[in-house]
Design a protein. Structure first.
Lengths: 131, 131
């Protein structure tokens, strides 16, 4: 790690155009910090064994949640954070082009452990490394 | 967790003025996401058992590092990220008022497991909860 350098999130985000296809920008112990460009609908899915943290860097992210008390949607404007608890089915949606930062254990799949059919525009991945 | 709502980092950062005194804005499994206002010098310290992740939200953070190859300083401008590896002595410094986001295991002390004398302007804490 002796030659690690800081990474600029704006530079990383300018280096790709794919939607719903996270890039790993840093690792912290056995967790990954990822950034993604998103727009439109993701899919209903759940991570059985881990929480998932979202920070909206630019744009706006809606996360539909299926909770014991019923379904609701939280709205994260720029600069907002939210943690989806483990086991909670959720579906992210971005009404405009949006950039997000995610935190989850290394190896966590973007589509979770349980999910509906993965649409073509969504990348089922544990995150892509940067060059 | 059924009634958790998103939290706005700008609102959280507007709610306090203390320097070097992190607030916990979210938890992710057994990790905390914290934000802090910083300016001037922190202190040399090391976390023996955990990496520490930094994201500069506004301003500029310099982190001096004592690595096997010698001492160097990394500069994180706004939007930059960096992970200090576990065991590495480091000393943050902000030349201007700066806002940072930190990620580390719940219970991690701001001054690490080994540190020089803690100056009066630095809060030795595992992070403060929000109201």
């Amino acid at each position: 790690m002796a030659t690690e350098e800081p990474r600029s999130l704006p530079d990383v985000l300018a280096s790709f155009t794919d939607r719903w296809s996270p890039r790993i920008v840093a690792s912290v112990n056995d967790y990954d910090v990822r950034v993604a460009k998103v727009e439109g609908e993701h899919l209903w899915h759940a991570h059985d064994d881990t929480d998932e943290f979202f920070l909206v860097l630019t744009g706006e992210l809606h996360i539909a949640l299926r909770e014991p008390a019923g379904e609701r949607t939280v709205v994260l404007r720029q600069g907002s954070v939210f943690t989806v608890p483990r086991g909670t089915e959720h579906k992210p949606y971005a009404p405009v082009p949006t950039e997000i930062l995610l935190l989850e254990p290394t190896g966590t799949l973007t589509v979770g452990d349980r999910h509906e059919e993965v649409p073509d525009h969504v990348d089922a991945t544990t995150g892509h490394t940067l060059d």
